[in-house]
Ligand binder design. Sequence first.
Ligand code: SF4
Length: 491
Amino acid sequence: MSDAILKAWHRAKVAAIEGAVFRLLASASRQSDRTLIWLTHLLERVPRTEFQRQQLRQLRHLFEHKHPAIETARRAFTQLHPNYQRRLISNLFVGATWLGEATRREFAEREGFRPPYLLAISPTMHCNLRCIGCYAGGYPWQDYLSFETLDRLLTEAKEMGMRFFVVTGGEPFVRKDLFDLYEKHNDCSFLIYTNGTLITDQRIEQMVKLGNIGPAISLEGFKQETDTRRGEGVFDKIMESMDRLREAGVLFGFSGTVTRHNVDAFTHPDFIDLMIEKGCLFGWMFIYIPIGRNPDLELRPTPEQRDRMRRWSLGVRRSKPIFVADFWNDGCLTGGCMSGGTLYCHINYRGDIEPCVFMQFKSHNLVELYQQGKTLKDALNSPLFQRVRCINRQDENKLRPCPIIDHNEWLAEVIQETGAQPSYPGAETIITDLAEGVREWAHEYAKLADRAWNSGEYDFFKDPLNWATTYDDPEALKQFRKPDKSDQAAA
Ligand code: SF4
């Protein structure tokens, strides 16, 4: 078959997949659960890989068990502007997850290691707010990644199979040229961490036109907690921005950093109900990590409070029409730590390529790599990233996955072995001055996490066949498969 015919066939197939997924999700807002279940059976014949079929089975499982996720899909398909509905399906579900997976596998076969699923990028550290304890404060603000570097980076990342990018900082909305980037790469999805105070009507108009930008607005709980950390009047501004985003049909959510002082606010039943009422379709939770300008061990939630947040996110997913995930306590959703290019890595405002937003060490700089005629690939395959990938999934308990806060000694070893440098003066304190306090805390939390992991609640995630990160490697799948009747017959 000629190249042209192959390409045309591929395009037709992609269009068919997109159309089918679009019909499935769009119909979620009006069809009965039985029809939706039937549709998943039909769709299961479309994908090429076992991994993708597994995802459809998981979707069916949700429909069959009347999971609130169906309600979230219904909300999305009644609330979102059609541009968002289309981009969500073609960029995120089909592009980043399904087609991207095929490209990532080809890359892995060629290069000997898997590229990540997504990149987190901080194009600038400039911010219009001065929040207490924010890690952005550890950086000078005058430098930023140029448009050309970002453009080249996205182009390169797409060739590796990545179509999903997290834009953080700093406050990304201080840079107007980033909208040109989102437009130029309109086959990608962008999750933007923002303080929510610079979302003008003009920005909302641009977002609706593009349909590929999802703001995650940071708050600290209710008005009192948010204004105390972020500044007077910030909470009201956020509420007002959320109203305008919802009315315009923009996909957006919230993000929260849990400290010792705001756990009660986040876990109060009124909080999540308020976020749903405001129109949030997702929420990302983080816990305070002692890095940045003035790292403060006392700001961290206690081990009991962290455990409470774990139970909270589990409970919200089981009962509310919103998708909420916790960056640390939901390690089971991603098969463990995502750092070092396992599923993601971070590029800071200067181009330093860090294994994780919170693991602020580097061995390569993107701008320098480009000057030397090299690429992102060289950093992903560096000893630092290779070593991080070796250690970051060693703990079977996916409720304490983190080399920074749960296994701090592993991180210290990797940094020492590879000679990686702190990204800014003081970033090393997490493995030096603060290490003892971090490790004691980890020791206490481990007792709670082990109890939860062994409680039976997480058994679904102990079967690697069920992990979202189980790829379609026939040999790997074979060793994980539980013996069934066909195995007995074969024996
Ligand atoms: S290093 Fe820690 S914070 Fe970073 S991805 Fe891994 S578990 Fe998450």
